[in-house]
Every structure is written in C-alpha cells, then in structure tokens.
Design a protein around this ligand. Structure first.
Ligand SMILES: Nc1ncnc2c1ncn2[C@@H]1O[C@H](COP(=O)(O)OP(=O)(O)OP(=O)(O)O)[C@@H](O)[C@H]1O
Length: 224
C-alpha cells in the first residue's frame, strides 16, 4: 500500500551563506501492507513526524522514492498532492485540528464539501458517522463545547468520512485520558477489521503501539 525505497531527508536551515543541512532520515526502506495497522515508535527527535510528513506529501524527500496505492508520488505537484491526499488519506492529530468556528457536523462534512459531494449524500454519511462514533446528540456543538475525547471522535469521523484507504495518525491519543484512549483504540481496530482501512500510527504510548500488527522503531533517523 505504501512503499518507501532508500528515502533520505535533510532539512536546510539558516540564511544564504550561513545555511546548513540537518540530516534527519537515512536510507528508509519501508513497506506498509494493505489492511495493516503499523505503529511507529521512537524517541523525541528520531524523525517520526518527518516520516509521516513525507508519506503525506507535506515535505519532499531529499532522495529516494515513495509509492502509495501503486502510484509514484515523489514528483507530484502541490495541486496533485492535494487531490491525492483527499482521495487516499484521512488524518488524525494529537491536537484534533478541528475548525473552531464549525460545529461537529460541519467539521466532519468539510472533506465532502471540498470534494464536491452532493448535500443529500453528505447528510446521510455525516449523520451515520456521527452516530457510529457516539456523537449524534452533539452534532450542533462547536469543538469548544466538547470534551477532548469527544473532539478526537469528531476528528476520527472527519478522517473517515471519504472512506480513505489509509489513515495517518500522529500521536492520536496524546491528549486523551486512559478511558478515552481505550475507546479510540477500540474504534481504530474496529474500522481496520470492518473496512480494511490501513493505519499508520506514530506513538510514544506502548498501549497504542500494541494495537499495531507490526511496530517499527526509528532511532536517529534510521529504522532499527
Ligand atoms: N522544518 C524543520 N527544519 C529543521 N529541522 C527540523 C524541521 N522539522 C524537524 N526538524 C528536525 O528533525 C528532527 C526530527 O524531527 P521530528 O519532528 O520528525 O521528530 P519526532 O520523532 O516526530 O519527534 P517528537 O516525538 O518529539 O514529535 C529533529 O531533530 C528536528 O529538530
């Protein structure tokens, strides 16, 4: 589903003349299978978020190749990446990244609006998803009127609304207490089993890593 071949990444910092390169990822070879839950662990600064940002096209590898769902994505333009992300990825973040001025319903609906899906289809899908994540009674609440666990469930519904084949999650339970974390992990496992969604999850948390079919560790920018 996702394949990285000899991927290296360096950031460039500093101005002209004084600039320098910081190598962050070295020779990453990684294959994520369709329907797999892959956990990525590693110490702070080991390159986990950089790896996820490369897979999602927010940054470009310095060298190496990336293919996703059979397509070579290295070399896509910004516009092509935007379309590719909408078609293939859902995202879950530690900080939820909900839009504060939109209700739970509108946040979940947004990717469908961006994709130009009809209001009737949108209503059916958003209503059923909010029910699935146990928030049908909260659809008109704004993020600020929801608990952390509820906000994360809204963001899971948003990640899944276009039924993406892949969900990328960066510390998805980082802001949740253990009860809400447990609910989130159960939900991820259920979606993986029912829909065959592939999950790539970055985490510090052993309980989260344990739901992975496989766990890989990054150390100083290398897979170990
Ligand atoms: N835009 C950037 N410019 C320069 N250096 C960066 C940039 N983004 C990340 N880095 C550096 O790359 C290294 C890896 O960062 P990254 O965010 O991938 O680590 P991480 O494993 O996700 O850490 P954490 O668990 O703390 O989130 C760090 O040393 C960081 O300082």
């Amino acid at each position: 589903m996702i394949q990285l071949t000899q991927v290296c990444h360096q950031f460039h910092i500093g101005g002209k003349g004084k600039g320098r390169s910081i190598p962050v990822l070295h020779d990453i070879d990684l294959r994520v299978e369709r329907g797999e839950i892959l956990s990525i662990v590693g110490r702070s600064g080991s390159g986990k978020s950089t790896l996820l940002n490369l897979i999602s096209g927010y940054i470009r590898p310095t060298s190496g190749g990336i293919t996703v769902a059979g397509k070579t994505v290295t070399g896509l333009s910004e516009g092509e990446w935007a379309d590719f992300r909408l078609a293939h990825y859902g995202f879950i973040f530690q900080s939820f990244q909900l839009i504060p001025g939109m209700t739970a319903y509108e946040n979940v609906e947004l990717p469908m609006v961006l994709k130009g899906i009809s209001p009737k289809l949108r209503r059916r899908r958003v209503t059923s998803l909010l029910k699935e994540v146990g928030l049908d009674a909260y659809s008109d609440h704004y993020p600020g009127e929801l608990s952390g666990g509820q906000q994360q469930r809204v963001s899971v519904a948003r990640a899944l609304v276009l039924e993406p084949p892949i969900v990328l999650a960066d510390e998805p339970s980082g802001s949740l207490d253990s009860e809400n974390e447990g609910q989130l992990l159960t939900m991820i496992q259920h979606l993986n089993r029912e829909l065959g969604t592939t999950f790539v999850i970055i985490t510090h948390d052993e309980q989260v890593a344990a739901i992975g079919h496989r766990t890989i560790r990054l150390q100083d920018g290398r897979l170990v």
